[in-house]
Design a protein. Structure first.
Length: 502
């Protein structure tokens, strides 16, 4: 959060440029593998992605399909007729000396993404364009700075660039947008968007202007950001830096700055180029791209249920609290598992323990299932290092266990032991309850003897309760639980105690 003084004096204008490596089998213009997990340098390369003379690129249809899918997921208009261009600039890890990209006719334009704004209200961030290009290689510098090694495995990987309108006014909005975008890309299967692997890179464009002055200030681009939270910190720092420059009477320089995570500051890298410096022109080795109506319809039907839609549906169908829904949305596989469990719980045949099955019980079952899933089940999965897809407990068995806990067949502490036993060998709840003797005693006749003994042994607590004190009741219930070795149903025990003391 910016200091109050800066927020009062200056107005920030913030836009994002986000690069995302697409999840394809091969690279953008050749058959070399697109494998972000390849550790051996210069393994997935060929004459095409290395820019050898006489080689010709061929566009990867899978990459085009995925950038169109991303655009449709973000409400963009898809241009059915477009083309690639050359962007001329030199970097040591850019083999050809130019990059094949798009400038005049991007595949996607005019999209939007809704986030929670800085004022706590919904806010729409406009997306100007999404275009497709190829990534560059990686440079590895020695500790003493004397040597640089180049790895071209990443060179030529399909790279989607998303450019927003300058609609952000805070670092919190930057973080919210990047998190929601990453989630959408993962839902659509467009990219894993793992920032630690460089599959998603956020660049923040920031300008600050006096609040009482018209227009915007001088734009500065901040690169080298390696996490979404770092994007928020970089934005906050750069806004403060520019405000302090303006306060001192100096002029902000249009430049590219890098984020230094260790020092928590931005450092100047180079003066920012303009479009004319790149000398764009149509790529002569690639024909124009024409997307037929049939092809676009085929992509459209691949758009999945998106995070915002899942949140709305979970609210309506399961009536879960906002926190639970966010967990189930952010962790999609966990949410999918919950839905399988909920499907079982929603079947009234599963509620045969109820005297009168009715719909009012189901939301309570959903919430109980959510609680045990997010706590006990996730704890066991994390300890075992397993994803939810390899969970030893089937959704059917988990639902069965929840119903038994709901009806008091197993106590809350017994429920923990039940889930642990099911996780250990995948057995049914019935088998684990029998094996570990977890059944809770709810039969009045079986508990009456224990209650009578406890009351006889605790005359002072009985007298205090009859004198109007409430604490002794909990004390007596605890004594019954201890005497039954934790197997008594506490609600039934309390009812028997009250009846005996009346």
């Amino acid at each position: 959060m910016l200091p109050l003084g800066i927020r009062m004096e200056y107005t920030p204008t913030i836009g994002l440029e986000i690069h995302v490596e697409l999840k394809t089998r091969t690279k953008m213009f050749c058959a070399s593998l697109n494998d972000p997990d390849e550790k051996r340098p210069n393994t997935n390369i060929c004459p095409i992605c290395m820019g050898h003379p006489g080689t010709l690129p061929v566009a990867n249809e899978e990459a085009i399909r995925k950038v169109a899918l991303a655009g449709m997921s973000l409400g963009c208009t898809i241009d059915p007729e477009t083309f690639f261009e050359r962007k001329n600039y030199f970097y040591p890890d850019l083999p050809k000396g130019y990059q094949i990209t798009q400038y005049q006719r991007p595949f996607c334009k005019d999209g939007a993404l809704n986030i929670l704004g800085a004022n706590g209200k919904p806010k729409t961030i406009r997306i100007e364009r999404i275009h497709l290009e190829e990534d560059v290689g990686r440079s590895y510098h020695s500790a003493d700075g004397s040597d640089t090694l180049l790895d071209f495995n990443r060179a030529g990987v399909p790279l989607m660039e998303l450019v927003t309108k300058p609609d952000f006014t805070s670092a919190e909005e930057v973080v919210a947008f990047a998190e929601e975008l990453r989630l959408i890309l993962r839902y659509a299967g467009v990219s894993d968007a793992d920032m630690e692997k460089g599959q998603m890179r956020v660049e923040v464009n920031i300008s600050m202007a006096p609040s009482d002055a018209p227009g915007t200030g001088t734009k500065v681009e901040v690169k080298n950001i390696n996490s979404i939270n770092a994007a928020g910190r970089a934005a906050t720092y750069e806004m403060e830096r520019q405000a302090n420059v303006l306060r001192s009477g100096e002029r902000v320089i249009q430049e590219t700055r890098g984020w230094d995570e260790m020092q928590g500051l931005t450092v100047s890298q180079r003066i920012k180029e303009g479009a004319a410096d790149y000398r764009y022109f149509p790529e002569p080795d690639l024909p124009p791209i024409v997307l037929t109506p049939e092809w676009l319809v085929d992509v459209q039907i691949r758009v999945p249920e998106l995070p915002a839609e899942r949140r709305a549906r979970f609210t309506q169908e399961y009536a879960l609290p906002e926190h639970d829904i966010e967990v189930m949305t952010t962790n999609r596989p966990l949410g999918d598992y919950f839905e399988h469990v909920a499907s079982e719980l929603g079947s009234f045949e599963k509620l045969s323990h109820l005297d009168r099955p009715s719909a009012e019980h189901v939301p309570r079952l959903y919430k109980l299932a959510s609680n045990y899933l997010m706590t006990e089940l996730v704890r066991h999965l994390d300890a075992a290092g397993l994803p939810i897809s390899q969970c030893p407990i089937s959704p059917e068995h988990f639902a069965d266990a929840i119903v038994r806990v709901f009806h008091g067949e197993v106590s809350s502490s017994g429920a923990q032991a039940l889930i642990a036993g099911m996780f250990e060998n995948g057995a049914s709840p019935e088998a684990i309850i029998r094996e570990k003797d977890l059944a809770q005693v709810s039969d009045s006749g079986a508990l009456l003897e224990i209650v009578s003994r406890v009351l006889a042994e605790n005359e002072k607590a009985v007298a205090d309760f009859k004198a109007g004190k409430e604490a002794p009741l909990k004390f007596l219930v605890g004594k019954v639980m201890a005497a039954s070795k934790g197997k008594a149903n506490p609600q039934v025990a309390q009812e028997l105690i009250l009846k005996a003391l009346q």
